[in-house]
Ligand binder design. Structure first.
Ligand SMILES: *Cc1c(COP(=O)(O)O)cnc(C)c1O
Length: 384
């Protein structure tokens, strides 16, 4: 490919949106360093209150913690998940979803996903319910919600709690009966990650658990400080998983911009769709589908490439375009889950997605001209 007009577009460039908030962030950092109060405290509780407002949850329902992985772990602990319990979940997600289940000695029970939305197949999830099922743990993957209202009642009737992995979906929502339902607030407990690359990302690790049940919220607050209600007195065995003041302050600033940044992601996704429509790439590329009534916030913009996905990825990377595969191996085939006894062919849709998905750059500040270059590069590869 000729070097003329060559752009370098990374999969994510956080520097572009940081420009908008730099003075506010530095001001907050100065305040925190003057105070020398770094763990929990008012910075964290302010941020928790603002998250509750944003998510339309009652006061006291948001509990900051050290990461999205810990949010899942704390949620499962607060739901009394133990060895022998089964947790129905998706094999097409980031590892942490199942890792948290397995770390508690419980068994991840995988079901296949939907090829259009990449989210868990709800019908199949329901079919896996048995007397050992303790939790349903769906993931709102890439920023698009699952239609949980379709199965909420079925699980509730069997006393199975729903824990939503909303790590990629802070700000994502779905309109059900003319009401907006936000990712993480539909089930019993919602889990978020503030890893820097997420739509709402800090400057290090961070996470949050939310629940409408005040008893569970109180328990979560104890579990994140070694199960201690009163300092040095331990009601149960918890973990050390707290949000720190610096993360909370930065996240609190970013929360104010989240809606506009998510809107920008949606605009970018719409433009990709338009570009693909006009590109002649139809037989090679399928853009992501959005379920009716969904407010997809495009944590990732993931297309399906029907042939030569890896070759296309290498070609694009060589030409300066950061494209990535999320995820290259379905969780039921991970070496560490061999003991679960799954084999190739068990979840054909998930396996096919691992061979076809390709994430394109999508982030606030990405330029239309850069998107055009990206799609042009794909056209060049497929010679259309
Ligand atoms: C990022 C992510 C997590 C884990 O969050 P961390 O903050 O990195 O621990 C869990 N589940 C999903 C789906 C994720 O994308």
């Amino acid at each position: 490919m000729e070097v003329k007009n060559k752009l370098t577009v990374p999969i994510l460039d956080l520097r572009r949106s940081f420009k908008d908030i730099k003075p506010e962030v530095f001001e907050a950092l100065e305040r925190i360093f003057e105070n020398q109060s770094f763990i929990l405290g008012s910075e964290v509780s302010n941020f928790e209150r603002h998250c509750e407002k944003y998510l339309e949850l009652p006061e006291g329902s948001a509990v900051g913690c050290a990461s999205g992985t810990d949010a899942l772990l704390l949620a499962l602990m607060a739901a009394d998940v133990h060895e022998g319990d089964e947790v129905i979940t998706t094999p097409f997600t980031f590892f942490a979803t199942s890792g948290a289940i397995a770390r508690l000695g419980a068994t991840p029970v995988f079901v296949d996903v939907d090829g259009a939305t990449y989210n868990i197949n709800l019908e199949q999830a329901v079919s896996k319910i048995n007397e050992k099922t303790k939790i349903f743990l769906p993931v709102h993957l890439f920023g698009q919600m699952c239609a949980l209202e379709e199965v909420k009642k079925v699980f509730a009737e069997k006393n199975i709690k729903i824990i939503e992995d909303s790590a990629q979906a802070f700000g994502s929502s779905r309109t059900v009966n003319n009401k907006i339902e936000r990712a993480g607030t539909v089930g019993d407990i919602g889990c978020y990650s503030f890893f820097p690359t997420k739509n709402l990302g800090g400057c290090g690790d961070g996470g949050m658990v939310v629940t409408r049940d005040s008893k569970t919220a109180e328990r979560l607050k104890r579990l994140r400080v070694h199960g201690s209600g009163t300092t040095y007195y331990h009601d149960e065995i918890g973990i050390n998983s707290r949000l720190d003041a610096i993360q909370a302050a930065v996240l609190d600033i970013k929360l104010k911009y989240l809606e506009s940044w998510n809107e920008e992601r949606i605009k970018i996704a719409d433009y990709y769709k338009l570009l693909f429509k006009a590109s002649g790439l139809r037989e090679f590329i399928t853009p992501p589908e959005v379920l009716e009534n969904n407010h997809h916030i495009y944590h990732q913009y993931v297309v399906r490439v029907h042939e030569k996905r890896d070759e296309l990825m290498n070609f694009m990377n060589e030409n300066g375009f950061g494209v990535r595969v999320y995820y290259p191996l379905s969780l039921h085939l991970q070496p560490c889950f061999k003991y679960l006894g799954y084999k190739e062919g068990d979840f054909p849709v998930s396996e096919q997605l691992t061979r076809e998905v390709l994430a394109l750059p999508v982030f606030p500040g990405l330029l239309p001209a850069e998107q055009e270059q990206i799609v042009d590069c794909m056209k060049k590869f497929f010679r259309v």
